[in-house]
Design a protein around this ligand. Sequence first.
Ligand code: AR6
Length: 351
Amino acid sequence: MTIRLMLGDITTLEVDAIVNAANSELAPGGGVDGAIHRAAGVGLFSELNARHSVLPPGEAIITDGYRLPAKHVIHTVAPMWIEGLDNQVEILSDCYRNALRVAKSSGLKSIAFPSLGTGAFGIPKEIAMPTALNAISLELQNSHSDIEVTICCFTQEDLEWYESVANELGALKEDGGLVEVSQLLPKCPICFHPLKRIIYGMPSRETLEDQDNIYIGGCIIMGDDPDLGCKNCDWQGFIGDVDLVEGEWLALVVDLERKRFVAGAIYDAGKPQSPLSLRPGVAEFQRGFTTEWLEEQIASCKEPSFWIGNRFEIMPESFEKILMRYPRLTEEVMEFARFENLANMPIFALP
Ligand code: AR6
């Protein structure tokens, strides 16, 4: 499985879909968005305009390609870069992942991406380029997709960024232009087999779809339960060992329609030796939770959504901001937050 890197104008590519770095209003903008609208013609504008809807960052929709050589355009919105916000890489990953999912569910065989978020939205290239390669490779692996993926760079500098990231990981093929996906996936530190996430609790049907090799863990998460496993040599590890997720986090389920929290938990990522139940103040928060209870809470939500973040950010005055930043429940967040660790938290209204 490979990702093709090329230099060029994405509007000229004859692929099943090109991806647009759109804005949430789906209004024609500058950059690649402007170029796509100009090349596609007014039909694209009319189709988007008729939707009367906002596209939240990270999500993706498909339209016709109109006068473009590409059959379709998949529109996604990257996060606008704000130094210091901690979920932007996650949202940018969602853009790539959801665009690939839309392509797959539409039966497409080839897709070309621009460097989402690196123009007007200002995501630094040292963050955006590895995120793109990482998100695409994980999604291709997890969905066992054989879709042909191209990353179309508008400048030589961008192309060199991708090449150097892939090269560092030993993933750039010698003749150039092709990145070997298997080299980009996280590897077992013992036998170098690609690692699998261990999912605990209640994975959704979609999470499991096509993922024959994923580990399903037990019901209760303790501080020393592993996050990652190697099927090949039975090594088990923690996300903190492998990437940057470490420290104390708080996960909340929010009923967006009724504007209230329905469940929450504090958990410790990447610190196997410190079970949360032993910490003052945390045991109470965890007391009395069961999976059934949580299922009931979620079922009672008209519009459940999820918030996850550093627990020190949780201040009443920041709730509105939080909801703007995390307005959706993604599979990754569900996995990451691990539902069964949620506590029987008192219900309280948003300010
Ligand atoms: N082909 C391939 N890549 C291109 C092309 C092209 N024809 N034109 C530009 N790029 P940007 P963003 C590259 O700003 O950062 C718009 O106004 C460009 O060099 O298009 O996600 C939208 O409406 C850069 O590497 O997207 C939004 O409001 C990359 O495309 C906002 O900009 C992305 O740059 C989105 O900002």
